[in-house]
Design a protein around this ligand. Structure first.
Ligand code: ATP
Length: 247
């Protein structure tokens, strides 16, 4: 870990950056993942590095969607695994959604490293692409999936998704629940629910909402889902970035 004093104004941001760097060192995160993280940091800076009301509503909607889904799956890439491994394992336990490794840059070594990393943080079985099951409409390595995971899922929670797969999943009629600090990305615009927030802040809040809503009736989940408006959440996040207002 870098030697950052807690009084540093970027302390939390630099601690999160340390986790990504450790992920690269452990063979879990790709070098490209560092650059993607840097883009995320820039947006986070503009958002005031805090969870805004647009994100809180999207987090609640994501919790309701995961609880209501018949076959939800949590799709994990190298950045998410490095940043929030325990939270992903807890979310899987709380929702019954399996963890499935799915990465953009082809590497079966890294897929296995991500699965081992999740298991070191308490995961049981972690699904990996089997090389045969393929999602239609995607050209990248993201098309390779597990036959009993993403291939059959009705709702896929996928922090840090890439736009191509998000659009392909939507065309296949799946619900995509994403976390993306960039409200302008193709993923953010195509997803069913977009949490414009740092995944490191969003996951603990999502776990709290799953715990709170888990005991509620399905009608409550349906109400939250029916009331949620992704376009308005994205517009609010964009407005915050434009205003330059710091929280
Ligand atoms: P798209 O294909 O959807 O248009 P992109 O090509 O801009 O997206 P990628 O390089 O696939 O983006 O992925 C990086 C995305 O992840 C960026 O939008 C970035 O803002 C976001 N991101 C990076 N780090 C985080 C983080 N810690 N929390 C949430 N989002 C993040």
């Amino acid at each position: 870990m870098s030697d950052v004093p807690e009084s540093h104004p970027r302390y939390q941001s630099l601690r999160i950056r340390d986790r990504i760097v450790a992920g690269v060192d452990a063979g879990v995160t790709s070098l490209h993942g560092l650059i993607a993280h840097g883009r995320g940091e820039a947006y986070d800076y503009l958002l005031g590095e805090a969870t805004g009301p647009w994100a809180a509503r999207a987090i609640e909607a994501t919790a309701a969607w995961l609880l209501r889904a018949r076959h939800p799956v949590l799709s994990v890439n190298g950045n998410a695994a490095a940043l929030v491994p325990e939270d992903l394992v807890s979310l899987s336990a709380a929702t019954g959604a399996p963890l499935e490794v799915n990465i953009f840059h082809t590497s079966s070594d890294r897929e296995r490293a991500i699965a081992r990393h999740l298991q070191a943080h308490g995961a049981g079985e972690v699904l990996l692409p089997d090389g045969a099951a393929v999602l239609k409409g995607i050209d990248s390595n993201r098309r390779f999936v597990h036959p009993h995971g993403i291939l059959m899922a009705d709702a896929i929670f996928v922090p840090l998704e890439d736009g191509d797969r998000c659009q392909a999943l939507r065309h296949l009629g799946r619900d995509v629940l994403t976390v993306d600090l960039n409200p302008l990305s193709r993923t953010a615009r195509a997803a069913t629910v977009t949490v414009v927030d740092n995944v490191a802040r969003a996951l603990p809040a999502l776990l709290a909402d799953v715990a709170r809503l888990g005991s509620q009736p399905a009608s409550t989940w349906g109400q939250i889902i029916g009331d949620f408006d992704n376009e308005s959440a994205l517009a609010q996040a964009e407005e915050r970035m434009r205003s330059g207002e710091r929280q």
